[in-house]
Design a protein around this ligand. Structure first.
Ligand SMILES: [Zn+2]
Ligand SMILES: [Zn+2]
Length: 255
């Protein structure tokens, strides 16, 4: 199993995971041509994607899905709540599938286990994706961790973990007070310190990859996210990967 990012942040997200002959895309917040260009960097033809899984209805996750899925005839999976929230935007797509936020799904060689997260969306989920041997936990867009989030991510072989903001930078930055409140709130986004605390609380003996994702351009710096997560793992900061808004990150494999 291996995975790579097309880009991550409030301007668009997309993560590719593949094993055997199966390749899935989690979220697509990029326009059709932009998405194809980002996939090309990874050596991927758009039509080779077997399924798109959507975490929630915010534009940076679902904005590019209708056009991309429609153009390339790819099926789209989303929770019933997310489906309700995006209803009109998916008109015209023939292959739309709802799922329950606690039920595992199998697509070819991959098992996709969703789990609900606290975020200001209708029925937001994140995923643990496995190939029977390795498990990748993906966690962005949540205001706080929960016991169920921790239980879902325990013992993963790789983690893509939201480090949205540095608390001090958000507090002292120029965002309007109401936006600061939303981001820092229980249904907003995870800050570096909370991501580090979550990471530190997990069973992590098998971890091969930790990637900080969904970093705010305004309220965070890669070095701050790296330092926070490295402190939780007692590793060097450069071991922590960064999912960049423009570049994403290249293929990471499990072995
Ligand atoms: Zn987002
Ligand atoms: Zn969101």
């Amino acid at each position: 199993m291996r995975f790579a990012s097309l880009g991550s942040g409030s301007e668009g997200n997309g993560l590719v995971v593949e094993a055997g002959s199966t390749r899935i895309l989690i979220d697509c917040g990029f326009g059709v041509r932009d998405c194809a260009a980002r996939l090309a960097r990874l050596g991927i033809e758009p039509a080779s994607i077997n399924a798109i899984f959507v975490t929630h209805e915010h534009a940076d996750h679902v904005g590019g899905v209708p056009a991309f899925a429609g153009r390339h005839g790819i099926g789209v999976w989303l929770t019933f709540g997310t489906m309700t929230a995006v209803a009109g935007r998916l008109d015209g797509l023939s292959r739309i599938y709802g799922f329950d936020s606690h039920d595992a799904l199998v697509v070819g060689d991959l098992e996709i286990m969703p789990f609900p997260v606290p975020h200001d969306a209708r029925e937001p989920v994140q995923f643990v994706i496995g190939d029977g041997e390795y498990r990748l936990g993906v966690l962005t867009d949540l205001g706080m961790s929960t016991p169920h989030v921790r239980a879902s991510l325990d013992g993963c072989d790789g983690l893509v973990l939201e480090c949205n903001h540095d608390r001090g930078m958000l507090r002292d930055g120029h965002y309007h007070a109401s936006l600061k409140e939303r981001i820092a709130g229980r249904f907003g986004h995870l800050c570096n310190d909370d991501a580090a605390a979550l990471l530190g609380s997990l069973e992590r003996s098998k971890l091969q990859h930790v990637i900080a994702a969904h970093l705010s351009r305004e309220n965070n710096r890669p070095a701050l996210a790296r330092d926070a997560l490295a402190a939780a793992l007692d590793c060097t900061p450069d071991w922590i990967g960064i999912a960049d808004q423009d570049e994403g990150f290249g293929w990471r494999a499990f072995m």
